[in-house]
Design a binder for this molecule. Structure first.
Ligand code: IPM
Ligand code: MG
Length: 367
């Protein structure tokens, strides 16, 4: 049997430097754990635009469809703000999500004990926090038609359409229920059924799917109230399922509860391929952070934790994912901090590579 394959798309800004640390971790698994991957690398976002005039070439798209998992760094940067909408770096990422049909976006928000004081909320509100947001990723207002900017009378009108089919809601709801079954068996669905028909349908379909999961305690919340509850007492939640746009916002909110965006991974999963593995793309929740790019200041942990999710969800190596996550906890408990995590006085920051070194050392020590 051939080795499992990974396509690495470092992207823009801090993407390449955090991904360099992920490559070291991937190599470690090859030499120390006999988990050898066929790794290839390609361009996405502004980097692809600079080289090819498009944020994602057809050839890269085709490669992404073939591999067992795609690992993506980050896309975008101020340099590309002037570009036409159709070739903006973000379009590359959105095309990958859409054409790979990655409908279930898993965004865990976990608070590492060593970092609980970095949260803007009180320690007891966030310590031990472990929630999972499942965001619908291939439909809703991000992709709905009609869309565009049109002329109407003597002014322009900007149009986007929120649109969900029953089957689109059904499949993401099932993913969320399945996850809830493996966690605390609690699922909260968020929409705006009070003002949006798509929200009414969302609630109905999720409730219907829930009949197949009688063990899961299902609740519903309006998304605005959900945002409030997430900041008030986030530990009331286990799994949250929501649409594309609300999920975009609620996951940033949840991420910040944990103290640092630089810590959070994500997995975007689609239907199973012929080999039984789901179509999958893994990426950190943070962006390309152009202001600190190339200075060795970026925190590689979110990207490394994204690889841990790949081990768990694509490569059936949950124990190895546990090992990697535990190594990161160790390193944080030892006081290793990239500049985004500085707070305590007298702590010297480590560089992006220094954090990679520390995690590799902790992995070695775990053997
Ligand atoms: C995210 C990002 C993307 C989104 C952008 C970069 C297109 O904010 O992954 O949350 O809006 O989905
Ligand atoms: Mg976002």
């Amino acid at each position: 049997m051939s080795n499992p394959s990974i396509l690495i798309l470092p992207g823009d800004g801090i993407g390449p430097e955090v991904m360099a640390q992920v490559r070291r971790i991937i190599d470690w698994y090859g030499t120390k754990r006999g988990l050898v991957f066929d790794v290839s690398e390609d361009l996405v976002g502004g980097a692809a635009y600079d080289a090819h005039g498009t944020p994602l070439t057809d050839a890269t798209m085709a490669k992404a469809q073939e591999v067992d998992a795609v690992l993506l760094g980050a896309v975008g940067g101020p340099k590309y703000d002037v570009l036409d909408f159709s070739v903006k770096p973000e379009r590359g990422l959105l095309r990958l999500r859409k054409e790979m049909d990655l409908f279930a976006n898993l965004r865990p928000a976990q608070c590492f004990d060593a970092l609980a004081d970095f949260s803007s909320l009180k320690r007891d509100v966030v310590a031990g926090l472990d929630i999972m947001i499942v965001r619908e990723l291939t439909s809703g207002i991000y992709f709905g038609e009609p869309r565009g900017i049109i002329e109407e009378g003597n002014e322009r009108v900007g149009i986007n359409t929120q649109r969900y089919t029953e089957s689109e809601i059904d499949r993401v709801a099932r993913s969320a229920f399945e996850l809830a079954m493996r966690r605390d068996k609690k699922l909260c669905s968020m929409e705006k059924a009070n003002v949006m028909e798509s929200g009414v349908l969302w609630r109905e379909v999720v409730t219907e799917v829930g009949k197949d999961y009688p063990e899961v305690a299902l609740s519903h919340m309006y998304a605005d109230a959900g945002a409030m509850q997430l900041t008030r007492w986030p530990k009331q939640f286990d799994v949250i399922v929501t649409d594309n746009l609300f999920g975009d916002m609620l996951s940033d909110l949840a991420a910040m509860l944990t103290g640092s965006l630089g810590m959070l991974p994500s997995a975007s999963l689609g239907l199973p391929m012929a080999n039984g593995r789901p179509k999958a793309l893994y990426e950190p929740v943070h962006g390309s952070a152009p202001d600190i790019a190339g200075q060795g200041k970026a925190n590689p942990i979110a990207c490394i934790l994204s690889f841990a999710m790949a081990l768990r969800y694509s490569f059936d190596a949950g124990e190895e994912a546990d090992r990697l996550e535990a190594s990161i906890e160790t390193v944080l408990a030892e006081g290793k901090r990239t500049p985004d995590l500085l707070g305590e006085e007298g702590v010297e920051p480590v560089t992006t590579e220094g954090m990679g070194d520390a995690i590799l050392a902790a992995l070695d020590a775990s053997l």
